[in-house]
Design a protein around this ligand. Structure first.
Ligand SMILES: [Zn+2]
Ligand SMILES: [Zn+2]
Length: 329
């Protein structure tokens, strides 16, 4: 990966077929693996453990910590989190977080690198992340973490943690473990993560008015340890919890909470009551807009400008819902 500080070129949706070869090749390894390695139920458990452990690295690391600074931790755990995230083979931690910050700045607008409504499902799912056009790390968007030389080094050698993880699988269980814990689990982890950029802007319910097509989806939240509450997240980005109501399962936040009890992480930002219940004072026009945007085929339409915000008369009602400050720590 190059490490230029130049901004990436303007958006495209032209598939880079050569760059997709390793990705497709990794999928093709599934065929001989399933044909020639005798199945055992313990391999299903191995896939589950390696999938969810690394999904935690993706969601708590790449996403909530490095992209959104939703909690604090020490320098050693910060490095371990980056390393764990990179075992998922989704490029460097600074690359990932900088591009994700860019997504939030331009969600479903012209400059968004992965918008299903603008560039189609497959491009938003995998085309953009594999494209050599966006290989450079956008250092201008990640200066806060680029001051740690160990993270810059890890970002540069981004494939190393994934290789180490494969080697550990081989040491522990030979070829079968390498296949199930490395190949099968990584393919599932890629598609599990990529659903957030693609399907979470297509299927699900919209509770909050945002300038993008983000949605909340229970099933994706299970697969991604809480990232499926994507409409919540686009409405208010910087919280360590993305499931805001009791039924909105968020395994990543539960683990972060447990880690905070033993002092590994701290200052978990959580959503305020004011933000969580903002939908209660939506105007009829806003409610109608959300209903229309939740329709199955609505994702194909580019997002409309938001309906007018609540009138000043409605603001006291909003404030009454807010016994606590906007961002609790
Ligand atoms: Zn999004
Ligand atoms: Zn985000």
């Amino acid at each position: 990966m190059t490490t230029s500080t130049e901004p990436a070129p303007a958006t495209t949706s032209k598939f880079d077929l050569v760059a997709l070869i390793p990705f497709i090749g990794w999928h093709l390894l599934l065929i001989p693996g399933f044909l020639f390695i005798d199945f055992k139920w313990e391999y299903v458990a191995l896939v589950a453990v390696t999938y969810f452990l690394r999904m935690f690295g993706v969601t708590a690391g790449y996403h909530r910590y490095f992209s959104h600074r939703a909690f604090k931790t020490n320098r050693v755990f910060q490095f371990l989190l980056a390393f764990l995230a990179q075992t998922s083979a989704q490029k460097g931690v600074l690359w990932w977080a900088a591009h994700h910050r860019h997504h939030h700045r331009h969600s479903d607008q012209e400059d968004d690198l992965h918008s299903p409504s603008r560039t189609g499902f497959w491009w938003s799912h995998v085309g953009w992340i594999m494209s050599t056009k966006y290989e450079a790390t956008r250092f201008e968007s990640i200066r806060d973490f680029a001051r740690f030389p160990e993270l810059v080094w890890l970002n540069k050698h981004h494939i190393l943690p994934a290789m180490v993880a494969l080697f550990v699988m081989w040491l522990l269980g030979g070829l079968p473990w390498m296949f199930y814990g490395g190949v099968v689990s990584t393919v599932l982890l890629w598609h599990g993560t990529f659903t957030i950029n693609s399907l979470s802007h297509i299927f699900g319910r919209r509770r909050y008015v945002t300038t993008d097509t983000s949605r909340n989806n229970f099933f994706f939240a299970l697969l991604t340890m809480g990232e499926g509450w994507h409409n919540n997240h686009h409405f208010h980005q910087n919280t360590a919890n993305q499931g805001w109501f009791w039924w909105e399962v968020d395994a990543t936040f539960a683990i972060l909470k447990a880690l905070s009890w033993i002092g590994v992480v701290s200052d978990l930002r959580v959503v305020s009551e004011q933000t969580k219940y903002a939908f209660r004072i939506y105007t009829e026009a806003q409610k109608a807009q959300l209903r229309a945007e939740t329709r199955f085929d609505a994702w194909r339409k580019r997002p409309q400008p938001p309906a007018p915000t609540p009138t000043p008369e409605a603001m006291p009602a909003l404030q009454a819902l807010a016994p606590r400050p906007a961002l609790e720590r």
